[in-house]
Design a protein around this ligand. Structure first.
Ligand code: P6P
Length: 331
C-alpha cells in the first residue's frame, strides 16, 4: 500500500515484523545504507562543481580506471557500516579481498555480511549520466564469534536476505526488497528524507525495449545475434525500441518501470560476461524476480548459480518474464 507521506525509516519499522530474521539488525543495516546513500548523493550531485570527478589515475581490482567518486563512495559505505557496527563482513567491487569487521570478537553478535558495488556505471560520471549503488545482504554461514570466511560471501543469490540499489539520477531513489516484494523511495533533497514513492513494483510481463551494447554485435554468440534481429523485425509489436545507457542500475530501473529486456552477453573482451555475479547480478536478479521478472545467465536462473570467487563475472539477461522466455527460445 503506497503512502507517499511515509518515510523510508517509518516503512522499515512498519515492515520489520514481516522480516523472518532478527528484524532490528536488518532495519539498522538498511538505515545505515540510507545514510551513506544521502552522503554519496550529495557528492554525486555536486561532482561537476568540484574536482572530485575524473580518474584518480589508480586502477581498481578490475583494472578499470578508478574515478574519484568510486573511491569516495566505497569509503563512505564501508565507513558507515563499520562505524555503526552492524555487519561482520563487507565485500566491495573496489576491494580485492573481503573485509572482516572484528568478526572473531566473541562479543560481536553481528550476523550479516554486505556485498556492494559502491558506484556502478562510474564511467558515466564525467558526462552527467545517472549512476548507481547496488547492495546485497546475506546472513553469515560461519558461527558468530569466529572469523568470517570467503564462504560467507560465496552464497547463491537465493540466500540473499535483502538487496537493493540507489539510482543517482534526475532524482535519487532507493529500491529494495527483503523478499516480500519491491518498494521504492524517492529522496526529497530539500530535507534529506526518502519518501515511499513506489509500492510493490510489478515488472510488466512484456515490454518493447531491448537494452544491449550493439557495439559488441560481431562478438556476440549467434543466439544473441538472432534475438537482436528478432527484436528489429517488423512484426506484431516489433520492432522494439533500443535503449542503452551503459549504467546497469539505470537500464534495469527503466526496464522494470516500463517493461523490457537487458542483455550483457559474453564478448571477446569479457568471454565470461562483464557483469559481476555477487554484487551486481545477484541483487538485481533478486529485485527482478521479486517484481515478477526473470534473470538468467543463458543456462540457469541467476539466483541458482553457486559462486566460485568474489569478483566472478557472468553473462546476464534480465527483464520482463515473457521477453526472457521468448529470448530463451533462441538459446
Ligand atoms: P559496456 C558500468 O561500467 C557497467 O559495469 C554496468 O553498469 C553497465 O551495464 C556495463 O558496465 C556497461 O558496459 O561494455 O556496455 O560499456
Amino acid at each position: 500500500m503506497l503512502n507517499k507521506n511515509q518515510t523510508l525509516g517509518e516503512f522499515i519499522i512498519k515492515n520489520q515484523t514481516s522480516f523472518k530474521y532478527s528484524s532490528g539488525e536488518l532495519s539498522s543495516l538498511i538505515n545505515s545504507i540510507r545514510l551513506a546513500a544521502k552522503v554519496v548523493n550529495h557528492e554525486v550531485n555536486k561532482a561537476g562543481l568540484v574536482d572530485i570527478i575524473g580518474p584518480t589515475g589508480d586502477k581498481n581490482i578490475q583494472s578499470e580506471k578508478q574515478q574519484k567518486l568510486d573511491v569516495y563512495a566505497n569509503e563512505k559505505f564501508i565507513n558507515t557500516l563499520v562505524n555503526r557496527n552492524i555487519v561482520c563482513g563487507i565485500a566491495s567491487e573496489e576491494e580485492q579481498a573481503f573485509i572482516s569487521i572484528n568478526s572473531n570478537d566473541k562479543n560481536n553478535q553481528n550476523k550479516y555480511v554486505v556485498l556492494i558495488d559502491p558506484l556502478d556505471g562510474s564511467s558515466n560520471i564525467d558526462v552527467n549520466v545517472s549512476v548507481g549503488t547496488i547492495f546485497s545482504i546475506y546472513r553469515r554461514k560461519s558461527k558468530i564469534g569466529t572469523e568470517v570466511s570467503i564462504d560467507d560471501f560465496l552464497q547463491s543469490g537465493r540466500h540473499q536476505v535483502a538487496a537493493g540499489y540507489i539510482i543517482y539520477g534526475t532524482s535519487t531513489m532507493l529500491f529494495y526488497t527483503t523478499g516480500n516484494g519491491v518498494n521504492g523511495f524517492t529522496l526529497n533533497p530539500a530535507i534529506g528524507t526518502f519518501y515511499h514513492s513506489h509500492a510493490n513494483i510489478q515488472f510488466p510481463k512484456h515490454g518493447n525495449i531491448y537494452s544491449i551494447n550493439e557495439g559488441n554485435y560481431l562478438q556476440f554468440p549467434d543466439f544473441v545475434k538472432n534475438y537482436i534481429k528478432f527484436c528489429q523485425e517488423e512484426e506484431g509489436d516489433r520492432p522494439y525500441t533500443s535503449r542503452y545507457i551503459g549504467s546497469l542500475v539505470s537500464d534495469f530501473h527503466r526496464n522494470m518501470i516500463k517493461g523490457g529486456i537487458f542483455l550483457y552477453p559474453p564478448t571477446a573482451k569479457n568471454p565470461k560476461g562483464k557483469l559481476r555475479l555477487l554484487y551486481e547480478c545477484n541483487p538485481i536478479a533478486f529485485i527482478c524476480e521479486q517484481a515478477g521478472g526473470l534473470a538468467i545467465n543463458g543456462e540457469k536462473n541467476i539466483l541458482d548459480i553457486q559462486p566460485k570467487e568474489l569478483h566472478q563475472r557472468i553473462p546476464f539477461y534480465c527483464g520482463s518474464e515473457e521477453m526472457i522466455q521468448q529470448f530463451q527460445k533462441f538459446i
